[in-house]
Design a protein around this ligand. Structure first.
Ligand code: GLN
Length: 447
């Protein structure tokens, strides 16, 4: 813990950490030492971990990258934080992110930008940008992230690390500040698939009393299949993931990784996910719709920021929200309120829900012919800080991560090679429901 705290301090310029409290961390580390000495420690005894600032923590502030939560202190820990702590993990601090997890470059954080450790003039990806940068720069051996539409997989890809989003419902959302509840999932980000498997085994498992979408499916040891032979494994290659929008450098790195799989005995099977392109409008209707509802709780009454001068209650709400939320969050709330409003609900929201189901069905059809699906995590390597200010350009870049999110499927990104400017490229692997162990083994074999 001391080592990583020192590194975090020495590399503050990266902007990865937003809250550090050495005293708290070292006290946890001493407690972990005592547990080890007493022989009562869990599997993660003394392992220092950084948490995305979307998970509430009682010993550190929680801001979700927003001015709205300035000064907010949670009275309890998120289930993910509790589970990892119970396994012996020590919290290094809280990590930067796009405001309320809305973004793909960590440039929507009210607290500051995060640099990509591979090239500090580039973005780390988002929204779990601080979590990815911290692992890549060795400011933490592992971190937690959240993925609503790609926020674990895309920054993992941009920063050359491994990150997995489990099947929707396997990791509890309790204490994870809600963005789009039907999509939000927590997951680990670490150097290797093996590290991710160890962490994910502690993170998953039912939390039925606290998260209404938690699955009643027992925790698993995701390390159990690591090393299983890939002979005969059928890897589906969706044509739609290799179309015009994919840059040549990313394509080359991904192709290289697929060749490795063939050498390991796997078979590449052409498949089709015909509604891949539709996942962008579908996601950018459903996620803002849910966000507009979830974020209504930030009204200046219970949490964080409250406007100073106001005339009455409604004026207080308005001023608080106008001051507290950043532009992207406001854009999503407005979009969400619009698509849910009378007269537009049927035309947008309902249509989007129907296509979401079709996207999930497309995956089930594809899984008749393959065991897992491979493709790029993102169409490009990390872009320059400030290089993609148009929101629509950011949305379009989510094309390869959104389909699995909409279907609730597990997905990961594992380093596959390097592209333009020597920047890392991630290979995305998507599994069928509960296919995490298989996914992690496939990623492990590439490393
Ligand atoms: N980039 C997507 C968005 O802006 C995904 C974010 C996420 O997964 N939290 O919504």
């Amino acid at each position: 813990a001391q080592h990583f705290l020192a590194r975090a301090k020495a590399h503050q310029n990266l902007g990865a950490y937003v809250h550090i409290n050495e005293e708290v961390t070292l006290a946890q580390a001493r407690a972990a030492d005592a547990a080890i000495a007493a022989g009562t420690s869990g599997k993660l005894a003394g392992v220092p971990i950084g948490h995305k600032d979307l998970f509430v923590t009682k010993d550190f502030p929680t801001t979700a990258g927003s001015k709205m939560l300035t000064g907010y202190q949670s009275p309890f820990d998120a289930t993910m934080v509790t589970r990892l702590a119970e396994a012996g993990a020590v919290t290094l601090g809280k990590l930067n992110m796009d405001e309320f997890a809305m973004g793909s470059a960590n440039e929507n954080s009210a607290i500051g930008k995060v640099s990509n450790p591979w090239d500090v003039s580039r973005v780390p990806g988002g929204s779990s940008g601080g979590s990815a940068a911290a692992v890549a720069a060795r400011l933490a051996p592992a971190t937690t992230g959240t993925d609503t539409g790609g926020s674990i997989r895309q920054p993992a890809s941009f920063c050359g690390i491994t990150g997995i989003k489990p099947t929707y419902g396997r990791a509890s959302r309790y204490g994870m500040i809600a963005f789009a509840s039907s999509l939000d999932q927590a997951g680990p980000m670490a150097r290797t698939a093996e590290d991710c498997a160890i962490l994910l085994s502690e993170m998953c498992g039912p939390d039925l009393d606290r998260d209404s979408t938690s699955l009643d499916r027992p925790a698993e040891d995701f390390t159990r299949s690591l090393g299983d032979k890939l002979d005969g494994l059928r890897i589906g290659i969706p044509a739609e993931f290799f179309g015009d929008g994919l840059s040549d450098d990313v394509r080359a790195a991904v192709d290289g990784a697929l060749k490795e799989y063939e050498k390991l005995g796997a078979r590449l099977v052409p498949i089709s996910l015909p509604r891949t392109e539709l996942s962008i409008p579908v996601y950018y209707i459903i996620a803002p719709a849910e966000a507009s509802s979830n974020l209504s709780r930030f009204d200046g009454v219970k949490f964080g920021h409250r406007a100073k001068d106001y005339t009455d209650l409604v004026d207080m709400y308005k001023k608080t929200r106008a001051e507290g939320f950043g532009d992207e969050v406001k854009r999503r709330i407005m979009t969400g309120a619009y698509v849910l409003s009378h007269g537009y609900y049927d035309a947008y929201y309902l249509q989007a829900q129907k296509i979401r189901r079709m996207i999930a069905d497309d995956f089930q059809a594809a899984f008749k012919d393959c065991d897992l699906i491979a493709g790029p995590a993102a169409p490009n390597v990390a872009w320059a800080l400030g290089g993609k200010s148009d929101p629509l350009a950011n949305y379009l870049a989510d094309i390869y991560t959104l389909p699995a999110s909409l279907a609730g499927l597990p997905g990961l990104s594992v380093p596959a090679g390097f592209g333009e400017g020597g920047m890392p490229v991630g290979l995305q692997l998507i599994g069928n429901y509960y296919g995490e162990a298989k996914l992690l083994n496939a990623a492990h074999q590439l490393q």
